[in-house]
Design a protein around this ligand. Structure first.
Ligand SMILES: *Cc1c(COP(=O)(O)O)cnc(C)c1O
Length: 364
């Protein structure tokens, strides 16, 4: 009978993760900002989601219903927030599963209202403004104000909880104070129209955390939705040079097993065509080198360039679906078949690895 092998394993340090949530939570709290903990980066793994709750987040959020749906039965009591603007075909589930959803379409809002009436609920909506990143959100802000008024006055089973923006995802737009002030200005136009204050001004994701650290978040922004900056803590320290004191960038690591070690030429031998994924690859000829093959591949993590090899002296050469090839010529220890190599991971690899049924998750 097939006995599942132990490797590859994803090692998840829940204490490091919880420390990261606590740090971000405290930073936000000091500035009067509520934190929605975003769990989609780790594919909604329940033990990870629980750390967000324990560390004191105000909401748990994901772009996918299938990640939010199981949380209640695992004891998570925080309000749940749907991040991706809902498909018309999922409004029934959105109302059933989520307390809040982000929205940018009048037809969807109408459908949510109908469903909320059927389910005898009041569903909270946050209207999204597109401030230039060109993913979801109202572009025409007059239209946005009109729709806000319709939600407020005509959709009795919806509650207009506030407004939000997303930047830095598709269009790489920075969450500058000026950009976020645009959102506050829209919120204030809506407030004037409906004659009351909005509870929530949701100023973005990890990229907006820089405004909290720099202490230049516009006064009225009072919620951020943060995933990457907590799970990996990679972008702010490594791309933008922020010192994130007391936070870990190694809460997630993947371990894989060596299945071959040999001295081989570094340039393929024969006529060169395309690799397994249909790409033309340039191979550098460095003569005969010691190579190690490990039993993990693109099917597990996506792109080998998004892995960080932790073995001193080793370098990732490439990968196919199920194999990753390392140059280990300069590795000091005497690597052999059966040895374990550890890798650090980035956002894309984290999403794939946590989502893969072939990767054993080990919580420490
Ligand atoms: C993914 C997502 C977030 C969180 O993004 P991170 O960069 O992981 O912090 C926040 N808001 C929305 C709408 C998202 O889709």
């Amino acid at each position: 009978m097939y006995k599942k092998a132990g490797y590859p394993k994803l090692i998840i340090d829940l204490n490091k993760l919880r420390t990261n949530v606590e740090k971000v939570q405290n930073m936000c709290e000091d500035k009067g900002v509520e934190l929605a903990g975003v769990i989609k980066g780790c594919s909604g793994l329940i033990p990870c989601a629980q750390q967000f709750e324990r560390a004191g987040c105000a909401y748990i959020a994901s772009s996918r219903l299938e990640q939010l749906q199981p949380l209640r039965e695992h004891g998570i009591q925080l309000p749940l927030m749907m991040l991706r603007v809902p498909m018309l075909s999922e409004v029934e589930d959105v109302v059933e599963i989520c307390d809040y959803s982000l929205n940018s379409d009048l037809d969807v809002l109408k459908a949510l209202n109908v469903q909320a009436r059927i389910q005898d609920k009041k569903h909270n909506v946050i209207l999204m403004a597109d401030c230039g990143d060109l993913r979801e959100g109202f572009w025409d802000k007059d239209e946005m104000v009109d729709v806000a008024e319709m939600v407020e006055k005509e959709m009795r089973n919806l509650h207009l909880a506030g407004v939000g923006v997303n930047v830095g995802c598709y269009g790489s737009v920075m969450a500058t104070p000026e950009k976020l002030q645009e959102l506050v200005d829209i919120a204030e136009r809506i407030e004037e129209r409906i004659g009351r204050e909005l509870e929530i001004i949701s100023g973005g994701a990890t990229s907006s955390l820089m405004r909290v650290v720099d202490d230049n978040l516009p006064e009225r922004v009072n919620m951020l939705r943060v995933g990457e900056g907590i799970l990996l803590n990679y972008d702010l320290p490594h791309l933008y040079g922020y010192e994130m004191e007391g936070m870990y960038d190694d809460a997630f690591r993947v371990r894989a097993e060596i299945i071959e070690v040999r001295d081989k030429p570094s340039h393929p031998v024969g006529e060169i065509g395309f690799d397994a994924f249909g790409h033309r690859i340039q191979y550098e000829d460095r003569g005969i080198r010691r190579r190690a093959l490990v039993g993990i591949g693109k099917c597990d993590y996506g792109d080998p360039d998004e892995l960080i090899c932790c073995e001193p002296g080793a370098e990732i050469l490439g990968a196919s679906s199920d194999h990753t090839i390392l140059d280990v010529q300069d590795v000091k220890r005497n690597l052999r078949v059966g040895d374990i190599i550890e890798f650090g991971i980035k956002y894309a690899t984290l999403v794939y690895l946590t989502n893969s049924p072939n990767i054993e998750k080990v919580y420490i």
